[in-house]
Design a binder for this molecule. Sequence first.
Ligand code: PEP
Ligand code: MN
Length: 346
Amino acid sequence: MILPKVNRLPPEQVQEITEIVESFGCRIQPIIGAVRTIYAIVGDERDELMINRLEGLPYIERIDRIQSPFKLMDIRSDLSTHQITIGGVTLGKAPLFIAGQCTIDPKNPGYFYETAQAVKEAGAHVLRGGVWKPRTNPYAFQGDDKSLEILMEASRRTGLPVDTEVMDEDQLKLALDAGVPMLQVGARNALNYSLLRHIGAAVAGRKTIVLLKRSLHMGTLNEFISAAEYIANFGNPSVILCPRGTAPALDGYRNHPDESIVPLLKERSWAPVVVDPSHSVGKASYVPACALAALAYGADGLCVEAHVQPSKGIGDDPKQAVTPDVLAETIRLAREVWALRHPAKR
Ligand code: PEP
Ligand code: MN
């Protein structure tokens, strides 16, 4: 829908917008009001270049899009019945709990094996463990290829499927070759379209699931869903959206908690939403409340950092990992909140 700055466009300007939209296979339908005339674009109005050309005209106020920019992840797409199953849970049918350490310590693998067993006993379905870490400080521990073996060994010992973040093509290949069933795209890379495309191409034709964190700098929800569309576009639509807090706008929490966007995402996309309360608030004592709020907002699950001895952890664990007993209680309460939200599925 084209909204001009003036009440009615003169014929030469109508001619100009008509030529632009016709070159993209659309046509113009004026909607004539008593005072103002607006111009509907009839046809597939998703072409970014067409919108840019129209928005660039000095006499145009704005273009309102009626069609969704997503072909695959849109709530109205044919994929809306697509089901994602991992760890015995089909997203949407029961809450999914992903838990484990922020970072695997390759020098002390025993902690990770103990954490793996403990999160399983607490009720987690998927074990998380950071092999490679995006760190703000270039001198901080960056992860280690050796941790991939520890991650897979913990998976064998517990029978839990695992989730780890990949940040480049080499890590992507190593993780897929090792058989990692869930790949995490971190907040810092959720806007790295080249990496999203590489991941999309690599998981196409596989059962791999991608957990896509929300970028610290994502504003609109469409930006988030479009990042998922980048991956799905290659053929594997098993992408889970993971709000984890955006750039902090308040002091106190590590990020600006954003579990409240769950219902908004669900109005636009069929993609399951699993909230990460750990990075949202950044402190273990605040994590359970944020986790329960996420479920109350309609989240399909949680991704929680947990450690058997947080103070011995590396990465984020000393600050924000919950202990297995806190995790178990959070999962128990989260199931109750989920059941209240989904009375028919109890
Ligand atoms: C993590 O999961 O440990 C992590 C680094 O997350 P994020 O990308 O959301 O910061
Ligand atoms: Mn972390």
